[in-house]
Design a protein around this ligand. Structure first.
Ligand code: ZN
Length: 523
């Protein structure tokens, strides 16, 4: 009997998604107060509870932590779950709503799969085995590529990470990948912290432009897929760039496709996963080491590395100011967020054809401000890499250098040319290089806004006892207390707080890996 109740209890918790860190901690008082009192049964301990669970319901497991889930799916599923006691008509409407969403997802996914399948047949027929330099429109076929940003990695990195490194922020490296699923091969642009102008459209377009010129297969018809991030991919500048490529006869036709938000797992994510698996087990000190890890991440050479710029500032892949360049020729596309398919054709230069979904009716929009004025042969201007702010350079030199192997110390964490006294708060240019967490790690924050440290209350208690014992010197002690407190916070601020604030991003990413959450899992 207890086992039956126990099973029902387990199922109830799984279905209701109300798993607590310890189901046993809920089970014990519940059964003790209700079931045991009525049925004269004993409440099992934690070990027996765990053993019975594995023995009787091994298929009921705790959901693994997941990220980047579809918000609409979650909302619809929640609405379905909560409609148990509602009229059938309401239930039916909610089911239809979710069904319509999943049908849309399936349609968009099938378009992606279809394009990839056709590209594989094309590559097989043409006998192409690898990416490489090809002249624009030199191959009369259609090709499909996908592109995306990966989560940045840090270097130096070691599989045997020293403890203090957990609280530090090593040098950062962004990764932008363009994948040709047909081969399959992916070019990964390694963006050093000093090279990173931004993750915005200028960077995306510049890397894409370099890819088509250096690694593209010279296709006449180009098909692209990417996620719905409006800051990087789904914006007017990327549309203008693709329109510009068609106008400049770099392609005869281009299509830009977006899958439904939350359902955008595609080939670049697979390639990023492969290289990060290798990265976690490799000793990395420099960008060249990262490139080696990327190139050796698979036996068949799926991933290739392209270093955007070296640690000492040498630029291999320039970033251009495409935004300023295009603004003189094009006008914004209205309502871009609701559209999932764009198409450009050399037969109608400057015009974008678009559909909200694959089954919607196609419409067109003139993107040129003046149809008689086409973008000329003069291209955009280059954007100089911002480099590392002086504060950040000194941070790497003082805090990170000792963790780099001796041969690479002067590459990854060289001694800055300017003295530290000249280091100041980075302005807009340097703010684009560093994330807010890093800026906070280097720059002193006003002390009055910092949280009190754990050592402070102890000091205050101790001081208040002294005040009771020496009432006559109250004022003097107050002065002393304030002075001691300020000095304490000031010292600890320099030593602890900046690092603590700067490591929040890294800590959260480790928490997402699941290793921490497993510790409080009762099964
Ligand atoms: Zn969904």
């Amino acid at each position: 009997m207890q086992l039956v109740v126990f099973l029902h209890y387990c199922c109830k918790y799984v279905i209701s998604y109300t798993f607590t860190p310890s189901v046993h901690s809920v089970y014990r008082p519940t059964f003790k107060n209700i079931v045991v009192a009525c049925l004269e049964m004993r409440v099992v301990g934690k070990t027996t509870f765990r053993r019975l669970w594995r023995q009787l319901v091994p298929y009921i497991v705790r959901t693994r932590p997941l990220t980047d889930l579809c918000w609409e799916c979650q909302r619809n599923n929640e609405a379905l779950y909560r409609s148990a006691n509602l009229p059938d008509s309401v239930k039916s409407a909610k089911v239809l709503q979710q069904q319509h969403h999943l049908t849309l997802v399936q349609e968009e996914r099938s378009i992606y799969n279809s394009m990839v399948h056709d590209a594989k047949l094309t590559v097989a027929a043409a006998g192409i085995e690898t990416l490489g330099h090809n002249e624009p429109c030199s191959n009369d076929f259609a090709m499909h590529y996908s592109f995306d940003f990966a989560q940045q990695v840090h270097f130096p990195s070691s599989p045997l990470q020293p403890g203090p490194m957990y609280f530090l922020v090593p040098r950062k490296c962004g990764i932008f990948g363009v994948c040709c699923e047909a081969l399959p091969q992916q070019v990964n642009y390694l963006i050093d912290e000093g090279m990173c102008t931004s993750k915005g459209s200028n960077a995306v377009i510049s890397y894409l432009h370099h890819f088509f010129g250096t690694w593209g297969l010279g296709e006449t018809a180009l098909h692209l897929h990417c996620d719905n991030c409006s800051g990087q991919n789904k914006n007017k500048f990327v549309l203008w760039y693709l329109c510009w490529r068609v106008i400049c006869k770099l392609h005869q036709s281009v299509s830009l496709n977006f899958m439904i938000s939350g359902h955008t797992k595609f080939a670049p994510d697979w390639c990023f996963g492969l290289l990060k698996q290798r990265y976690r087990h490799s000793e990395v000190s420099t960008l060249a080491d990262i490139a080696g890890v990327v190139n050796s991440s698979t036996v068949v050479g799926v991933n290739r590395a392209e270093i955007v710029g070296t640690e000492n500032g040498q630029v291999n892949v320039p970033t251009f100011d495409w935004q300023t360049y295009f603004q003189t020729f094009f006008k914004p596309f209205p309502g871009i967020k609701t559209v999932h398919h764009f198409r450009f054709s050399a037969d109608c230069p400057g015009i974008v054809f678009y559909k909200a979904t694959s089954s919607s009716e196609e419409q067109s929009f003139q993107m040129l401000q003046d149809a008689s004025t086409m973008p000329g042969s003069i291209g955009p201007t280059k954007i100089a890499p911002p480099g590392l702010p002086l504060d950040r350079q000194w941070y790497l030199y003082h805090k990170i250098r000792e963790f780099v192997c001796i041969a690479s110390q002067d590459i990854t964490c060289p001694k800055p040319a300017s003295p530290m006294e000249k280091a100041s708060v980075p302005e807009s240019a340097s703010a684009a290089v560093l994330e807010p967490s890093v800026s906070a790690s280097v720059i002193s924050v006003p002390k009055q806004k910092r949280k009190r440290l754990t050592s402070e209350p102890k000091q205050r208690t101790k001081t208040s006892k002294q005040q009771l014992q020496h009432k006559k010197s109250t004022e003097a002690h107050k002065t002393t207390e304030q002075t001691v407190t300020v000095v304490s916070v000031s010292q600890n601020t320099n030593l602890v707080s900046p690092l603590t604030s700067s490591t929040e991003t890294r800590r959260s990413s480790r928490f997402r890996s699941g290793s921490v959450r497993l510790t409080d899992f009762c099964l």
